[in-house]
Every structure is written in structure tokens, then in C-alpha cells.
Design a protein around this ligand. Sequence first.
Ligand SMILES: Cc1cc2nc3c(=O)[nH]c(=O)nc-3n(C[C@H](O)[C@H](O)[C@H](O)COP(=O)(O)OP(=O)(O)OC[C@H]3O[C@@H](n4cnc5c(N)ncnc54)[C@H](O)[C@@H]3O)c2cc1C
Length: 401
Amino acid sequence: MRDIAIIGGGLVGLCAGLVLQHPGRRVSIVEAGNLEQSRSDGLNARSIALSASSVQIFRALGIWAKIETQAAPIRHIHVSSRGRWGVTRLQAEDYQLDALGYVIESHVLGQCLLDAVDGSDNIKLEQNAGFESITQDAAVTISYRKNKRKQKLQARLALIADGANSTARTALGIGHQSFEYGQAVVISNVEVSQPKVDTAYERFTPQGPLAMLPLGGKRYACVWTLAPEQAGTACAQDDAEFSAALQACFGFRLGLIERVGKRFSIPIQRTRADALHCGRCLLIGNAANALHPVAGQSFNLSLRDIACLHELLCEHDLGDFDDELSQVAQDYEMLRAEEQRRVIGYGDGLVTLFSNELPLFDHLRAAGLSLLDLVPALKTQAAFAGMGMTFGGNRLLRGHL
Ligand SMILES: Cc1cc2nc3c(=O)[nH]c(=O)nc-3n(C[C@H](O)[C@H](O)[C@H](O)COP(=O)(O)OP(=O)(O)OC[C@H]3O[C@@H](n4cnc5c(N)ncnc54)[C@H](O)[C@@H]3O)c2cc1C
């Protein structure tokens, strides 16, 4: 029997395995896909912004040095509202930090995690293994299908990390609430003529926010929130038409948009599970909370969920694990509820304030950004929320496993 089984080997499932294998736990990850194949490069890659809290967790795992060489730092963030006078700037040096966060191509981060998992004797990763059913009594039994053969896995604790449309969550009878924002996000990497070193841009427009995240050199990752029909149009446009539309919306702060990569459109919805645990099973990642990408928070939040779970498991001797498991599960749900609610509220607040065409919101937007720039305490709060530095005391954030 394994100590921990993880259903889903996405970024969150792999991170959970790497963290929770300590100290000496035997972990199995069951992943439906073939992780080695899910890669793309250069202008067509998708990216993720890592907060300072995530960087600290990777440092504790001993994998940050490798990730850092392939990530682009964000040392300045420029936030503006299209056609309005409010602007706010966040600078890493104001918070005595080397960087406010980092941007990395998702497949590069995935490969770093995969390499670390491969290098661990404690973690067994089953790929092309689709979850089928789950039962629990004195242990959790997970059935999955690999190469057309049905297989079983037993563990003391199971983590459900199979994404926003989690079938394992459904199999456990845990419901979820979905909220449609009536928006879609268009993702594309671009090259610009005048890149600004280590600077990310968040620009709020009546249609929704537009983020330009530095990938190093001339490359930026564009994450553009639009109405679904506009997103469809953007994806159907040829490169020149899309460049022109993006340029008109973003302006010339980075000079000319010289090249654009393939466009992807993803409908935006927020999904939140009705509960984070059921018996020996705990929900993490998008299976627990899939948020609007405007604030770049879902993955970072999930890492902090994992850090919290690690802390709780470390407080309990493995020998006593079974007796105390229900307490661990309840504590996990209780301890994470507040930050999860806050991060969801922060993302929703940004979307409402900055994606609304009513005139009153125009004034609030401008006033909000100017106020943020003028009142250091407010700005600090926003910066720290974005960096995920709002929970102290966690051993992973202090650099320990
Ligand atoms: C446009 C966009 C930009 C984003 N930017 C950021 C950002 O900057 N910062 C940030 O923190 N977050 C960001 N996010 C969110 C982030 O990408 C997600 O939070 C994160 O990838 C979720 O990972 P996950 O492992 O929970 O889920 P998933 O990535 O969905 O992985 C689930 C895994 O489970 C596997 N699986 C599914 N079903 C089964 C099954 N039946 N059996 C076995 N395995 C199964 C899948 O193959 C997959 O590998 C962004 C999201 C979007 C859409």
C-alpha cells in the first residue's frame, strides 16, 4: 500500500507528489495523458506566472535553481486602464525583493517537475493511466485503466488533482459550483520591437484585462480577456489583423508588435468544489478551485494549499496517521477556506471593476489605480496578495521541507 495516491499528474499533481513525499512517504501519481508529449515551443508555448510564494516553495524543494535559468523575472509591474489617466507601478525593490514573480513556459516548468519526479525513489508515476473508480474504507482503492488493462492502487490518503472537470470529484459525490464570466481568454506569444527589461503590463479595457508578461528578450506572453465572440474573431484573424487589433488595444509601450504566435481561446469560468475533502480524499488544484486567470493565481494558490497540507501532515506521525486523518482533512479545509475565498474575491473584484462599461466604473477604475499608486500601504497589500505572501509561518515558505 502507498502512503499517498494522487489522481492527475498536471502541474499541481506533480508538485503535490514532490512536496508530500517528504519525509519518506511513498507516493503514486496516476495520470491519464502522456506528459512527455505535451510540449510546444517558442512563439506557440503557453506560460504561467509564478508568485514569490511559489518560488520559495520551489527553493525548499531544491528545484528552483533549475527552474530559474528558464524563467523570466518580473521586477516591475505597470497597471493601467485603457483611455484613462490612472496608472500604478509596482517595483520589486520597494519590497526588498529580487523579483515580484517569474514567468515560465508551462511545458518547461512541467519538464522540470517531471525530471524531479523521475529522480525520486519515493514517487511512482503511471502515465496513460485513466482513473475509473474509487472506494474507501480502511484505505482508498483507486481503479484505473492502463494499456486497456484494469489496475488497482491502494493508499492511505488520496489527492484529487484531475482538473476543473474532475471525474474523481464526481465519483466521490462532491458537487461543484461553476460561474460563467461571459468572457474568454485569448492567449498568444508575441515579439515586440522595444521590450522593457523585466516589466509586466496589466491593462484593463472595457472588454476585460490584457496582460503582457515578459518571457525574456523580445518575447511576451499575451493573455487577453475578451467577449467570447471577440475571442472567436481574434483567433480567426490572420497574423497581421491580430497584431493590429492587439496593438490598438495595448498601445505602443513596447513599440511595435512584430510577430505573433498561434492564438488559443479558452472560455473563462470559475469552478469551486462544494467541499475539499471526503473521507480519505482531499481535493487540490483546479479540481478544488479553478479561478479566472486575470490575477494569475490558481496555480500559485494550489501550491500554498499543498504547503498547508504538508505542514499538517508533518504535525502527525505517520504511525498515527490513520487515527488523525479526519482531523487533518478538516483542518486542511478550514485553514485554506479563508485564503481561497480571499483570492477568489480579489480576482472577481478585479474583473468586475475593470471589465465594466458603466460610467461610474470608469471613475472608480481611474481612482482605484491612482489611489493605489499614491497610498503605499494599499499598494503593498495588493502586491503581497499578488505575490501570495499573505500567510506567514509555513515551513515551506521559510525554506524547509
Ligand atoms: C490562460 C490561463 C493562464 C493562467 N495563468 C496562470 C498564472 O499566471 N498563474 C497561476 O498561478 N495560474 C495560472 N493559470 C491557472 C493554472 O494554469 C492552473 O491552476 C493549473 O494549471 C491547474 O493545474 P492542475 O494540475 O490542477 O489541473 P490540470 O492542468 O487540468 O491537470 C489535471 C491533470 O489531470 C489529468 N487527468 C484528467 N482526468 C484524468 C483521469 N480521469 N485520470 C487520470 N488523470 C486525469 C489530466 O491529464 C491533467 O494532466 C492560468 C490558467 C489559464 C487558463
